[in-house]
Write a protein that binds this ligand. Structure first.
Ligand SMILES: NC(=O)N[C@@H](CC(=O)O)C(=O)O
Ligand SMILES: [Zn+2]
Ligand SMILES: [Zn+2]
Length: 345
């Protein structure tokens, strides 16, 4: 008898769609499975104003193939010049669902991010007033801090002080990679959540570095040691509503990944639901996959859950393309390193 699993159609609470030819290539990979996604604003130039978010949203909808239903949930890229009134207007119109904080220099296209947190205080206070979530790339950028410690240090030096200084600010710690991130979420009850990617549930730093360097496993925050991965699996499969799926599917062409200075990002949109089903099954937690992928995110963002469902079936190993063509060159699809048996019907 085939095993099947039906859940509400999932959402992706952290997604990079890029623009132009790349957007056209990757959007169907997400829209095939997901009803909605929080769209990251780190384009070049970044999506800073409400007007820029409206026009990016139009470009996404124009790139959506006929017959596919998908709702992009827009975000604004926080800069030191961001205007609190523009943020509030974009939120009140329903266009924008969150503001994204990149510490300057922390990751791909973060040069316009924040250096001096005092300069964004007024925006954060307005967001706290209106309940608009702040999505945070949580890594310090100080050159003397080891890259494997940058998330933990960010929590102590930046995130906790910001949250204390801005009561009521609702925060999503994006793509957490450490037990420190998990523990910080668990130790705080109000207005704090975290997204977890599919790839950080299955790779640790050995996958990147043992037996030759594997650029397609390099993303930021970089995967940590195995005990951190296990803490993430506990959090994702444990049923706690403060943890939800944000794939951080982040396409870069192979030429830009397989380079002397390769870009950070794993492209997981194509097979992330299959990867997640394997992870949840390994913990006897398939009944909690719906919470992680379809219920906890809408609860945090105060949005309705999706009405439609998807069905996963278990069978012979799933065959998926090893890359997709982007118009700018091939983009390698994330390889979890083990066969996937669950497919979305
Ligand atoms: N995660 C990544 O490694 N890369 C993301 C940026 C980000 O989410 O930090 C990208 O835009 O490529
Ligand atoms: Zn990030
Ligand atoms: Zn990202």
């Amino acid at each position: 008898m085939t095993q099947t699993l039906t859940l509400r159609r999932p959402d992706d609470w952290h997604l990079h769609l890029r623009d132009g030819a790349m957007l056209e290539a990757v959007l169907p990979e997400t829209a095939r499975h997901f009803a909605r996604a929080i769209i990251m604003p780190n384009l070049v130039p970044p999506v800073v104003t409400g007007a820029q978010a409206a026009s990016y949203r139009d470009r996404i909808l124009a790139a959506l193939p006929d017959g596919m239903g998908f709702e992009p949930l827009m975000t604004l890229y926080l800069t030191e010049d961001t205007d609190p009134d523009d943020v509030a207007a974009a939120a009140q119109s329903g266009l924008v669902k969150a503001v994204k904080l990149y510490p300057a220099g922390a990751t791909t296209n973060s040069a316009s991010g924040v250096r001096d947190f005092d300069k964004v205080r007024a925006v954060l206070e307005r967001m706290a007033e209106i309940g608009l979530p702040l999505c945070v790339h949580g890594e310090v950028t100080d050159t003397e801090i080891d890259i494997f410690d940058r998330e933990a240090v960010f929590i102590d030096r930046v995130l906790d002080p910001i949250r204390r200084a801005t009561p009521g600010l609702r925060v999503v710690m994006e793509h957490i990679t450490t037990a420190d991130g998990v523990n910080y979420v668990m130790a705080n009850d109000e207005g704090l959540g975290a997204t977890i990617t599919a790839h950080h549930l299955v790779i640790n730093r050995n996958h990147i570095l043992v037996g030759g360097i594997k650029p397609h496993y390099y993303c930021l925050p970089v995967a940590k040691r195995e005990d951190h991965r296990l803490a993430l699996v506990d959090a994702a499969t444990g049923g706690d509503a403060r943890f939800f799926l944000g794939t951080d599917s982040a396409p870069h062409t192979d030429a830009n990944k397989e380079s002397a200075c390769g870009c950070a990002g794993c492209f997981t949109a194509t097979n992330c639901m299959s990867v997640l089903a394997e992870v949840f099954e390994s913990r006897n937690a398939l009944d909690r996959l719906e919470g992680f992928a379809a219920l906890h995110g809408p609860a945090f963002y105060r949005l309705p859950v999706n009405d439609e469902t998807i069905t996963l079936t278990k069978g012979d190993p799933v065959v998926y393309p090893d890359h997709i063509d982007s118009g700018e060159g091939p983009v390698t699809v994330f390889d979890p390193g083990f066969p996937l048996h669950w497919r979305v019907a």
